[in-house]
Design a protein around this ligand. Structure first.
Ligand code: DGT
Ligand code: CA
Ligand code: CA
Ligand code: ZN
Length: 576
């Protein structure tokens, strides 16, 4: 048996790598697709692949036939796969890596490798900078510039993990630590995770204990740990199986407050806070506040650090040195929105389009969260891949929603749509259809690569339509996968302020769109926001927490967000 059982994700990423190599080798598309589909299905399994393997049930996984089952068996049994190793010998690893560049597909990667002799992203970058790629057949100055921009985009995002993956992993590690570490008094996440940044470089975990050794030993023994990178008395760093690095620091309990403050960051916030401390006669470190005579003021709680400096406690989401210290000094910090302020969700899909659950199941999940309302907003007809709705099917859907609404006195389904903003700026449903709906979301899902002026004009045209209430995921970014579209968000904000159009904060951790910076501007401009899950199944409603955190990073209060209002008020907030 393999030294350590491979996780579903590790197996899936190996299968994807096989698909990529076959793709570069110009193999049959169906074979390439087969590996990618099997990878998707393995990643989506509700159980460990290893368990299915032990039970001899590999072929029950969709997309896994006899040949692939044999390969998986070899991989799980030995931790290696001969077929993969033979493929690896045919294509340099750096060439496969090129596929991660947004502008480079298999044909281009093959061209760069076989015609230009390039075998790594770094070499491609150097060649592009030297203007050598434009000479290759089928490439020109424009594709050369696109490839270079793609490499830069890749460098910006690589090495960071989306919040939606890092957060559950951190909770898992903390729970395991609390359950197993002897003498542990407290354990919390600090760093960018505690500040709820959209992406996380590494996890910073803090523990309080009198004796650090047994806590460190329990940490390195956790099953999530793949490798110990550094092991010391106060700090231990590990690489988790998920690939993310985690640092654990153990603090004496009477110094917990200064430690938590320091390791929560951000670095910029800490530097500004330290300067203020100096002005007020203290030197501030992770260990203590020190007075000029050298005596220490120990802070067991974080509040004590801020109050010793004459500040109110600053919520971690604000600690980016964007004016929060001044506001805390003046007592003008905003009363930030809380998850419990949310009274409903204004963006959800059902199995009428590309959702996985019935309207009824979505409604019951929303009620179970304590919501007073849920907007069903399936896609419109033009989004063929999502089985978008025609005016006729929308009318039929309305009947079902009205039927269901007879059931509850404490909850109401609202009927809406997520209508496509077409590439020419027109909407994908006629005005009379939109007029019959409770709330209309308009979103861009196609033609995201249009130039700035056209893209902006599209969104502005939608906002000027009197039936459009909300612009969905305004920037179009997909964290770690796709940059935001070329849309001019400043112009979108300006028009939203004029038209009263609500802007969405899409709470899905792969979107978080609007982002914190634009939320802050929107709040300052008095633009109303809707924080929406964009759920495609009942569990999807749970991502609301990420949207609320992002809105908090943008200094939003409950008053800035329409879906904090009770049902009888919320309808009055939209265009008549
Ligand atoms: P990340 O990991 O890139 O997502 O961002 P952070 O903020 O978690 O940064 P990280 O892990 O390098 O360090 C955690 C915190 O420790 C950071 O937010 C502030 C504090 N810290 C680390 N290095 C320094 C430093 O050189 N100066 C100051 N003032 N604080 C630091
Ligand atoms: Ca960190
Ligand atoms: Ca760190
Ligand atoms: Zn949607």
């Amino acid at each position: 048996m393999a030294e350590r059982m491979l996780t579903n994700r590790e197996v899936a990423s190996l299968l994807r790598r096989i698909g990529d190599i076959l793709d570069i080798l110009g193999e049959d598309r169906f074979r390439v697709q087969a590996y990618r589909r099997a990878a998707d299905n393995i990643e989506a399994l509700g159980q460990d692949l290893a368990d299915l393997w032990r039970a001899g049930q590999l072929q029950e996984i969709p997309g896994v036939g006899k040949a692939l089952a044999e390969k998986l068996d070899e991989l799980l049994r030995t931790g290696r796969l001969g077929y993969y190793e033979r493929l690896q010998a045919q294509v340099p690893e750096g060439v496969v890596d090129m596929l991660a560049i947004p502008e480079v597909g298999p044909r281009t990667a093959r061209l760069l490798w076989q015609q230009a002799g390039l075998t790594s992203i770094a070499e491609v970058k150097a060649a592009a900078e030297a203007g050598k790629l434009r000479q290759l057949p089928g490439l020109g100055a424009k594709s050369e510039a696109n490839i270079l921009a793609g490499i830069e985009a890749l460098a910006r995002r690589s090495g960071r993990t989306p919040l939606g993956m890092a957060w559950p992993l951190a909770q898992e590690l903390l729970a395991a630590l609390r359950a197993t570490a002897p003498g542990l008094l407290r354990a919390e996440a600090a760093g960018s995770l505690r500040r709820w940044r959209a992406t996380i470089g590494d996890l910073d975990l803090l523990a309080a204990a009198q004796d650090s050794k047994p806590v460190m030993a329990a940490f390195t023994a956790l099953p999530q740990v793949a490798e110990v990178l550094l092991s010391g008395e106060t700090k231990t760093s590990v690489r988790t199986h998920a690939g993310l690095q985690a640092d654990l620091r153990v603090l004496p309990p009477d110094r917990w407050g200064t430690g938590l403050q320091y390791f929560t960051g951000s670095q910029a916030h800490n530097i500004a806070l330290r300067e203020l401390a100096l002005k007020r006669g203290y030197s501030l470190s992770e260990w203590a506040l020190k007075r000029p005579d050298g005596s220490e003021l120990l802070c067991a709680e974080e509040e004590a650090v801020y109050s010793a400096l004459g500040l109110s406690w600053i919520p971690p989401e604000l600690r980016e040195d964007r004016g929060e210290i001044e506001a805390a000094d003046k007592g003008t910090l905003p009363e930030l929105l809380e998850l419990r302020d949310m009274r409903g969700d204004l963006h959800a899909h059902s199995d009428w389009s590309d959702g996985a659950a019935s309207i009824e199941a979505m409604a019951e999940a929303a009620r179970a969260r304590g919501y007073a309302y849920l907007l069903i907003s399936d896609h419109s007809q033009g989004l063929g891949v999502a089985r978008g709705l025609t005016p006729e099917r929308l009318a039929a859907q309305r009947a079902e929603i009205e039927q269901l609404n007879r059931r509850w006195s404490d909850f109401r389904l609202l009927h809406g749509v997520e209508v496509e903003i077409r590439s020419d700026g027109t909407l994908d449903l006629p005005d009379e259809t939109l007029a019959g709906l409770d709330i209309v979301i308009a979103s861009v899902h196609s033609g995201l690569r249009q130039e700035r002026e056209r893209m902006t004009a599209r969104v502005v045209a939608a906002m000027r339509n009197p039936h459009v209430d909300i612009i969905g995921h305004p920037s179009g970014r997909l964290i770690g996968q796709r940059e935001e579209s070329s849309v001019d968000l400043d112009e979108v904000l300006k028009v939203a302020a004029q038209t009263g159009t609500v802007l969405e904060v899409n709470a899905h951790p792969s979107r978080l769109d609007l982002d914190d910076v634009h939320i802050r501007r929107a709040v300052e401009m008095g633009i109303r926001l809707a924080i929406n899950s964009d759920a495609h199944n009942p569990g999807g409603l749970e991502v609301m927490v990420y949207g609320v955190a992002t809105a908090r990073r943008g200094w939003a209060t409950a008053a800035d967000v329409v879906n904090t209002r009770p049902l009888d008020e919320v309808m009055g907030l939209f265009k008549a």
